[in-house]
Design a protein around this ligand. Sequence first.
Ligand SMILES: Cc1cc2nc3c(=O)[nH]c(=O)nc-3n(C[C@H](O)[C@H](O)[C@H](O)COP(=O)(O)OP(=O)(O)OC[C@H]3O[C@@H](n4cnc5c(N)ncnc54)[C@H](O)[C@@H]3O)c2cc1C
Ligand code: FES
Length: 347
Amino acid sequence: MGEKHIVRFEPVGIEIEVDEDQNVLRAAAEQGIMLMHGCKEGQCSSCKSFILEGDDIELDRYSTFALPDYEKEEGYTLLCRAHVYEDVTIELLNYDEEMIRSGLPIQEGVAEVVSNDPVTHDMRHLVLRLVEPAEIKFFPGQYMDIAIPDTEEVRSFSMANTSSRESGQLEFVIKVYPDGLFSHFLDKKLQVGDRLDLSGPFGVFTLREGDNDLIFVGGGAGMAPILSLLRTLAERGIDRKATFFYGARGQRDLCFESELRELERKLPRFRYLPALSEPSDDGGWNGETGLITDVVKRHAENLAGSHAYVCGPPPMVEAAVPLLATLGVEEKRIYFDKFTTTGEPEQ
Ligand SMILES: Cc1cc2nc3c(=O)[nH]c(=O)nc-3n(C[C@H](O)[C@H](O)[C@H](O)COP(=O)(O)OP(=O)(O)OC[C@H]3O[C@@H](n4cnc5c(N)ncnc54)[C@H](O)[C@@H]3O)c2cc1C
Ligand code: FES
């Protein structure tokens, strides 16, 4: 452990103590302060903030796409990479007043594999049961970091279930990439009964209160946190008008179809609209076709007053967020999680 310093966040007036060995985002999360973030690895820029007072701040490795040199010189920083060596004051550029103080302190845990079954040709439904502690509280839409055994690496995965309270279970939907480190481990090694170390919860992709209409846009494993949010609507009997646009390449990429159709029956104002970008020529598909953003454009003309939740691969998120803003969703009401991958960050 290093020396500790005070970090003050403006304009919210929150102060926390940060050890020199910890980054600011992590220290805040441990103290239940939920700051905006995505990758936690200096790649997505969601945690970008401005240094109002203090100079002695050092950054771990990050991507210059997330923080270009000129911005660093102007005083911007990435809280997920920043270590402070004196007391500092930081202006949060993005924060959500409803969420910032509602954070659940992150916990370390051990969980056992209950099942690891395919749901499509390249996606798994991984179900874990917590061994220690027996429960980890999380908000639907949040994610855990799972350690890859025998490495120093962790990967983030969003829960598809709504709570670990009764069953102690955590459910995930995970895409298997041919050369991915976790993917390979999940595909070739992980067995029922194996134990995994994890920590969390993280993330701010959580359901905000209100009776506003809801637009969900997802692709690939972005299914996981959206399913968690939809299951929450059903469990709590929340009858908000909601549409889930889900983009896939072909029919073999669709999953949880029968549950989503069942949710349509339970939630009369909910519609599930899957769309295929590469439907096969055999005519077996009567649904929507095209890129999911085109499908959103076709169906949703004026979304003023809606809350939007977007989750999946970064290019899909980057296309959907500005589109939703053009269609009338207030920018601060577009919540998104980009499933950025780890790769080699640039300094
Ligand atoms: C907040 C957050 C939540 C996430 N939630 C989920 C989730 O619920 N489900 C889920 O499946 N993933 C999720 N991810 C992504 C996940 O954390 C991993 O990055 C991903 O599973 C790849 O890990 P890996 O170790 O298999 O691949 P890595 O070892 O990180 O990647 C190695 C190689 O795999 C290939 N590869 C990896 N990712 C991609 C990609 N996106 N496109 C093309 N090629 C790729 C590339 O060849 C890459 O060089 C989330 C990420 C974030 C930041
Ligand atoms: S959370 Fe800091 S750059 Fe992504």
